[in-house]
Design a protein around this ligand. Structure first.
Ligand SMILES: CC(C)(COP(=O)(O)OP(=O)(O)OC[C@H]1O[C@@H](n2cnc3c(N)ncnc32)[C@H](O)[C@@H]1OP(=O)(O)O)[C@@H](O)C(=O)NCCC(=O)NCCS
Length: 319
């Protein structure tokens, strides 16, 4: 297989991978099945992953080395390397091995920052979770959006209880809006981004309170350089969960609306991807045919059937 031809649609990425060069990849040996289970890889994928182990000297190995090196050489850096692209031609588990190759380096980075083991492993479980998300969305094995776990593998994102947080900087629109609102912030100011993983139970206010409280202690302690001033910290979230139209359908005490109320609303964006997050499968399905098992499902389907549109919205809160 000619992997460079495969990557020809992504020239900037290929340039980056060629420039970072090779790297000594050491994959776990006999304990690999246990390691996969620690990463919450779904049981039905474990044997297939073991069987897909890449061999040194193959074109796939060349790319595994360079992708792993891309992660390790940008460990902790706020500037993202080019995102990993889906490469189904290399099988559903190609990126699982890339991340396994990077994992000892990520763990060493975490240790150097004093991050507790328990936080490291909670964070890494998102690998298995995103394999479950892939199956929910497409019905097949694979790692959903392989660029997402790059944040975890590079030591930028952490799971602290119910929520995940990553070191971030404010984008242009958010930064300018917050500056116009009188905050001493602007585009490029340090911030945290908040994420709500699925497959982790309800989003109860108590679980969120605990996560936000952990984040308030965790980031200044382990990343003191990220927030130079103590009076100018914000977190942002961009999600379908913040679409204010949900308030027309869900009861005021729903967890989603309680989460929404924590944030000051910012701009709306078009693709909140709500259908995929809620229903999985075919995001273009006829709304009249969507299942209506829960209040959220009924809300999403009824709104679309009536000709409405769902959006994503960004919000911020002081930190
Ligand atoms: C975020 C999440 C945990 C919220 O679930 P929750 O805590 O149950 O939320 P609420 O209390 O507001 O739920 C209100 C209603 O919507 C339903 N609901 C919530 N999320 C649902 C989902 N993803 N699919 C189907 N129904 C859902 C609930 O069951 C409830 O309906 P019911 O009273 O008929 O049972 C859940 O939507 C989820 O896991 N989403 C996937 C991850 C995600 O979308 N993250 C954001 C990415 S940008």
């Amino acid at each position: 297989m000619d992997v460079k031809a495969l990557l020809s649609a992504h020239p900037a990425w290929l340039d980056h991978l060629e420039s970072v060069g090779g790297f000594e990849v050491v994959l776990p040996g006999g304990g690999l099945a246990d390691e996969l289970l620690r990463l919450t890889v779904p049981h039905e994928d474990v044997n297939a992953i073991l069987a897909a182990r890449p061999e040194p000297g193959t074109p796939q190995w060349w790319l595994t080395e360079r992708c792993a090196h891309s992660l390790v050489s940008t460990m902790g850096a706020m500037e993202d390397p080019p995102p990993f692209q889906p490469l189904p031609e290399l099988g559903p588990y190609f990126y699982v091995y890339v991340f396994l190759a990077a994992l000892p380096h990520t763990r060493a980075h975490h240790r150097s920052l004093g991050i507790p083991e328990e936080v490291s492993w909670a964070t890494f479980t998102d690998l298995g979770r995103n394999m479950a998300v892939h199956r929910k969305r497409f019905g097949t094995a694979g790692l959903h959006v392989p660029y997402w776990f790059m944040l975890h593998a590079r030591g930028i994102l952490y799971e602290l209880g119910r929520l995940q947080f990553n070191l971030a900087t404010l984008g242009r629109t958010t930064g300018e809006t917050l500056r116009a609102a009188g905050l001493p912030l602007g585009p490029g100011s340090p911030s945290l981004a908040v994420h709500v993983p699925g497959f982790h139970g309800p989003l109860t206010p108590e679980a969120c309170d605990a996560s936000f409280e952990r984040a308030r202690r965790f980031f200044p302690r382990h990343f003191p350089g990220h927030f130079p001033g103590s009076d100018r910290r914000v977190m942002t979230c961009g999600s379908w969960l913040l679409d204010e139209q949900l308030a027309r359908y869900l009861p005021a005490d729903s967890n989603i609306l309680a989460f929404q109320r924590r944030f000051h609303p910012l701009h709306r964006f078009d693709d909140g991807d709500v259908l995929s997050f809620v229903f999985g499968g075919d995001a273009t399905a006829d709304p009249a045919a969507l299942p209506r098992r829960t209040r959220l499902e009924r809300a999403i389907a009824d709104h679309l059937t009536a000709g409405g549109t769902w959006y994503g919205r960004r919000g911020w809160l002081p930190f």
